[in-house]
Design a protein around this ligand. Sequence first.
Ligand code: FAD
Length: 480
Amino acid sequence: MSKVGCRLTCPSFSPCGRRCRMRGETLWIRCFINAAYRAALILSLLSGARIEDGPSLSCPFTTLERLLFMDFELKFTPELEGFRKKVQDWLKANIPDGMENPADPVDLTLEGYNKQRALGRKMAELGWLYPTYPKEYGGGGLSDDEAIIIETELDRYDQLLPPYYDSGGKLAAATIMVWGTDEQKRAFLPPILTGKVRSWQLLTEPDAGSDLANVKTTAIRDGDHYVVNGQKIFVGSAHGAEWSWMIANTSPNGKRHENLSWFVLPMDLPGVTWTHMDLIFAGNESGALSGYKNTVYLENVRIPAFNLVGGENNGWKVAGTHLELEHGLMQGSLNGDRTLQKVFKVCRDLKREGRHLLEHDDVREELADLYIDSELTRLLHLRNYWMRSAKKPMTYEGPQAYLHMKRAALRTSKSLHKILGPYALTLDKERGLEDGHIEVQQRGGIVAQHPGGTVEIQKVIIARRLGIGRAVKEQAGVLR
Ligand SMILES: Cc1cc2nc3c(=O)[nH]c(=O)nc-3n(C[C@H](O)[C@H](O)[C@H](O)COP(=O)(O)OP(=O)(O)OC[C@H]3O[C@@H](n4cnc5c(N)ncnc54)[C@H](O)[C@@H]3O)c2cc1C
């Protein structure tokens, strides 16, 4: 590891006493603060205070051991490490060649996409595609610990869980679990959770983005069906989808928030068409490579009334479940930041004024900040993951992690531009860096400000959850 890398990862607990040139601060000071912190924790423990288990879901260490080592990372039991080995062996034998993700999601070919889907279906046979969902609905019935292990091991192959863009599995399935009838769960969950169908989310419209309650697409009851007319934008990904799920207005003259309903929509119904949107970047949806975004047109589409989930005009509450998840409570981001690893590599290789970039003080300063940002993102998501699996009540935590992630993406774009100058902006075969990943980050950092609720909307949610400017604190959406 290079000297700078060493300083960046220095835990600052070891009493080396060297002066940190990057920060101009003596590590002894941090050692002292740390020792004082540990002493205070031990004293409070001796006086009977309880220490929470923290994010280690099945931490094999005692509280005292954790106090002494100050170790906040996940630790797994020998049984779980055995499970990890099983996952590693299986992935090694079953991940096909040519599954590397292109830098720009629009370059994901149909062949590459089909490989992702096939891998997903194979994983589902073992219960590893949606590991924590009940077996009776096609999930794995596995623990959160096992799900984290599968996710972490897939990440080593640059793949997410599921290994393709599927907002139906990530968000809609959780919503159906909360709001669906038994019959609906049996009908809708197995195809999604076993990878037979994947789905897109149809929420945003030209006049309903941040103000999602302003949805104008109508769904009017006609016998055993609802007839849908309208237009949705920024939808899904490339290569189509078998299903979608959407909110539509079922009571055009009704009261705001009490006029929407939530539907499962088969995409092969007559009257559903879509075209690609031309964007500077389609968003990689936390690495799931969405490819193109689309405009979806709905013209006299007849959806069976059975596909209405959660009751007519109750859709705003139903949407609260998946919006809660989308706002910073989805898994993913538990692992390190891949782009940052590439940036470190570039800074080790590339020279400026005869010296490697890593040897320049200004570059080190930027890299230190990028590293801190990326670790904060990871730890906030880890905390949220633990809170969810421990069924702790949540308020502002999801939007807090999401807001930090979005801001960090933009700061990263700025830093990369400072460090690499025009190299960061080109896809040129000779001068472009890391097969286009750096250039794509420049576009992606800006685009990341928007999906799943913009930066401003995350702040609005945090304020409402904290009770700022409102007499009554807003409650989080209902989760399972
Ligand atoms: C890459 C990407 C992927 C997406 N994927 C999907 C998808 O799969 N399905 C789907 O349905 N939608 C999707 N979206 C749409 C996304 O949810 C919307 O773009 C987003 O909600 C913002 O809506 P808008 O674009 O209409 O912007 P607007 O709502 O028009 O906002 C414009 C600006 O005004 C600000 N603003 C608005 N209201 C307020 C307020 N009250 N206070 C302060 N500032 C405010 C916003 O922060 C923003 O900066 C995606 C978008 C992107 C970019």
